[in-house]
Design a protein around this ligand. Structure first.
Ligand SMILES: *[C@@H]1O[C@H](CO)[C@@H](O)[C@H](O)[C@H]1NC(C)=O
Ligand SMILES: *[C@@H]1O[C@H](CO)[C@@H](O)[C@H](O)[C@H]1NC(C)=O
Ligand SMILES: *[C@@H]1O[C@H](CO)[C@@H](O)[C@H](O)[C@H]1NC(C)=O
Ligand SMILES: *[C@@H]1O[C@H](CO)[C@@H](O)[C@H](O)[C@H]1NC(C)=O
Ligand SMILES: *[C@@H]1O[C@H](CO)[C@@H](O)[C@H](O)[C@H]1NC(C)=O
Ligand SMILES: *[C@@H]1O[C@H](CO)[C@@H](O)[C@H](O)[C@H]1NC(C)=O
Length: 434
């Protein structure tokens, strides 16, 4: 060991000439030093990007889907690590803890408030652990299951299943053409059988070793809260072999091309959600149209997703997602805009908040329910970069999870009492009760 040490020191000195001058040895440099020295084979240096690296901006922007958080004013990470192996993830966790960096974890999908790659309301340094290289799919036809990694997209999964079988599918989304299987089979999270998670201690856990409480919590209890999911085992579901293809009912004269070739490069976006339990009267819809006309077709919208069927049969406490029996449909209120600047953004945000206010008499109450994956910081947030306060969190937490919130807090308290995994809407541990 004594002989190895000088070699390591030399390597570090070559990689970090600036470390020689103690006065420039910053917080950022300490974590880099930790990452490189912990990962002896040094593979992590090939997937670590600092702001001075010419690829930093493109790596950061690559999977941003909402350009509201793609501005020069958006807080930026001090580092981005794009691991392609599990030891690199473990090293990143241990060094972030040691040097007290917040970690933001993303896998490339939609993120309504950008919490997986930026940190809206505080100044503490954070780094991004970007799981974009964890993108494998392995299908077991005999068992009708698949192991999928977190960066797998819905399209990739459907494609790989269809390559192997015309009678199997997976219910993983509600957008048009992505299949609307939830009334038949429930949510994606209802069809998860097993998992691999790396916890705050860097341990790799599966369903058996984490226990049923944590396995329950990670199926919908919010990102960046319990650990880092590196794989899901999912149950594939049967579908008829001949499914009529989804048809586009627009002619060329009606700009059909725009449907498949619509520019989404630079749209800014905000979404909110509601649950409808009693049919909205016609007069209510007339008022909705008036609101929508205030901003125009390309900007404002309401997306209604039918519930019922299997969704009503699954108990509210089956997984953290509680919006089951009694809901006719879910509403997503949205605003898209392209103009830059705070003033334009405030105009559209205020319009959307006005629409949400207008919806109040027609939607769920006590709590006014909301869908956790359409994350909305308007309904409440943890302060201080996610430090959390149980009593405040209970308010927005009940909207997302209803009576499941307290069980989520208990699991969080058991598996991550120091609140290492956190963001503005992560579940806080009980120790935050004040
Ligand atoms: C280093 O690489 C070797 C060969 O690939 C591997 O056997 C060993 O486990 C690695 N060590 C660490 C600490 O990653
Ligand atoms: C940027 O970082 C990557 C990954 O660490 C590295 O391979 C590359 O050489 C760096 N590029 C520059 C210009 O420093
Ligand atoms: C983010 O900004 C960069 C540079 O301004 C741009 O190239 C990229 O298309 C933007 N991405 C999104 C989703 O706004
Ligand atoms: C963050 O830093 C900026 C500029 O240094 C400062 O104006 C602002 O008050 C700080 N915000 C918080 C929440 O500390
Ligand atoms: C994905 O699968 C390939 C081929 O089996 C393997 O080499 C690679 O390490 C896997 N990637 C991850 C992130 O597991
Ligand atoms: C088709 O697009 C053109 C140009 O954007 C627009 O003027 C026209 O109204 C659109 N037609 C329809 C039917 O949407």
């Amino acid at each position: 060991m004594a002989r190895v040490l000088p070699i390591l020191l030399i390597l570090i000195a070559i990689s970090f000439p600036y470390l020689n001058s103690a006065d420039r040895h910053s917080h950022e440099e300490s974590i880099l030093e930790c990452l490189y020295s912990q990962n002896y084979n040094n593979t992590i240096s090939q997937v670590t990007f600092t702001p001075t690296n010419s690829s930093y901006d493109s790596i950061l922007q690559f999977s941003i889907k909402n350009s509201r958080f793609n501005t020069s004013a958006s807080p930026k990470p001090v580092l981005i690590v794009t691991p392609d192996s599990i030891p690199q993830i473990q090293t990143t966790i241990l060094c972030s803890k040691k040097h007290k960096f917040q970690i933001r974890i993303r896998s490339g999908g939609h993120d309504y408030e950008g919490l997986s790659y930026t940190s809206p309301d505080h100044n503490s340094s954070f780094l991004i652990l970007d799981l974009i290289s964890f993108r494998n799919i392995s299908i077991d036809l005999a068992q009708q299951t698949a192991w999928i990694q977190p960066a797998v997209t819905t399209g990739e999964l459907y494609y790989r299943i269809a390559e192997k079988s015309s009678t199997l599918a997976f219910p993983s989304g509600i957008c048009p053409t992505w299949g609307t299987l939830l009334r038949k089979y429930g949510l994606a999270a209802d069809n998860v059988l097993d998992t691999r998670v790396i916890d705050a201690e860097g341990r790799i856990l599966d369903r058996a070793s984490m226990g049923e409480d944590m396995f329950w919590a990670i199926r919908g209890g919010g990102g960046n809260t319990f650990g880092i999911v590196i794989a899901w085992k999912i149950k594939l579901v049967p579908v008829p072999a001949s499914v009529t293809a989804c048809t586009v009912t627009r002619t060329l004269e009606q700009n059909a091309t725009e449907i498949v070739h619509r520019s989404t490069g630079s749209a800014k976006f905000k979404g909110k959600s509601d649950y409808v339990k009693e049919p909205i009267p016609i007069s209510g819809f007339e008022g909705i149209w008036e609101k929508l006309k205030e901003v125009g077709v390309q900007t404002g919208g309401l997306i209604l997703a039918s519930y019922g069927g299997k969704m009503s049969e699954i108990p509210e406490s089956s997984i953290p997602f509680p919006h089951r029996a009694g809901n006719i449909y879910q509403v997503e209120e949205v605003a898209f805009w392209v103009e830059d600047g705070v003033e334009a953004a405030d105009g559209y945000l205020n319009w959307l908040r006005g629409l949400y206010e207008y919806m109040t008499p027609y939607v769920s109450k006590n709590p006014r329910e909301a869908y956790a994956n359409y994350r909305d910081l308007d309904i409440g947030r943890n302060g201080g970069g996610g430090e959390g306060d149980y009593r405040r969190a209970r308010s927005w937490g009940s909207s997302y999870y209803k009576n499941n919130f307290d069980r989520l807090v208990r699991v969080k308290t058991a598996v991550d009492p120091a609140n290492f995994f956190r963001n503005e809407q992560s579940i806080p541990p009980l120790s935050s009760w004040r």
